[in-house]
Ligand binder design. Structure first.
Ligand SMILES: C[S@@+](CC[C@H](N)C(=O)[O-])C[C@H]1O[C@@H](n2cnc3c(N)ncnc32)[C@H](O)[C@@H]1O
Length: 255
């Protein structure tokens, strides 16, 4: 499973981001106009990033990492996709800023209790067949009182409900999934919708329940601050009443 997923994320990724966002220099102009916009769902308004060390696990094309660097943070990304790394480094170069992009498996990353924040977002936890590996890594990367923020797809919408129809008017939902299934599911790789080359490329995912996620974070030593569940935030009507994402905020605290 791991090798197959890694291969999928190393195929045509750079081209997909150019199709989605444009060439890095063009996209960087957009990011620089309002860098906080790229991270406002993750970090509180008014967060002072100057001199702060931030780790973005599985940080993909680097758009959030470079925005944080523009805001003054010292940012490290860990992600195994070479296409993502190349796009991110070209963004950074175009913006005249630097980020540390470690193109490697997160499983091989050895953190050293040095970060003020660790975050990961949107399509992360399902890549792990053992969640304690992920949260343990987050814990070991943080300083005392460091914060861990994970935003991901809500399991009610990924595991339980299936939906059809592309406008709010004709959209229909069915409760036909198995919330408690532990099976690996095969899905198209996330960037494939922007890529002709990788259009059929698939990955295998382990979809966790919310209970498993929170229990694993707490079991790794974290103090859970909040678990926020959110509807579709791009429209009030589309999929109204269905949880779409969640944000888990946790702190490394000595008791
Ligand atoms: C769906 S993306 C999430 C980030 C971003 N929201 C996005 O949509 O591109 C998943 C990222 O995790 C990376 N990834 C998955 N498994 C990994 C692993 N074991 N080690 C390092 N990176 C991994 C992929 O390369 C990809 O960039």
């Amino acid at each position: 499973m791991e090798k197959r997923n890694e291969n999928a994320w190393n195929l045509d990724t750079y081209k997909a981001w150019v199709e989605r966002f444009g060439e890095p220099a063009t996209f960087m102009e957009v990011i620089k106009k309002d860098p906080f916009k790229r991270v406002k769902d993750i970090f509180e308004l008014g967060t002072d990033f100057k001199g702060k060390k931030v780790l973005n696990l599985m940080g993909s094309n680097g758009n959030r990492a470079v925005a944080l660097a523009v805001l003054g943070a010292e940012v490290t990304v860990v992600d195994y996709s070479e296409g993502n790394a190349a796009y991110a480094m070209n963004l950074a170069e175009a913006g005249g800023i630097s980020i540390d992009y470690k193109c490697m498996r997160v499983e091989d990353f050895e953190p050293d209790f040095e970060y003020d924040y660790v975050f990961a977002e949107m399509g992360i936890l399902h890549y792990f067949t053992d969640l304690s590996l992920f949260f343990g890594l987050c814990y070991r990367s943080l300083k005392e009182n460091g914060k861990c923020i994970v935003k991901d797809f809500h399991p009610v919408s990924t595991k339980l409900i299936s939906s059809r129809g592309h406008t709010a008017k004709i959209r229909k939902h069915k409760v036909d999934g198995d919330y408690f299934s532990t099976a690996l599911v095969e899905k198209k790789v996330a960037f494939s919708k922007y890529s002709t080359g990788a259009a059929d490329e698939t990955v295998y995912l382990r979809q966790w329940t919310l209970g498993e996620i929170v229990t694993s974070a707490a079991g790794s030593g974290f103090w859970i601050e909040t678990l926020e569940e959110n509807p579709n935030q791009s429209s009030e009507q589309f999929d109204k009443g269905i949880p779409k994402t969640f944000i888990l905020r946790a702190e490394k605290r000595s008791v």
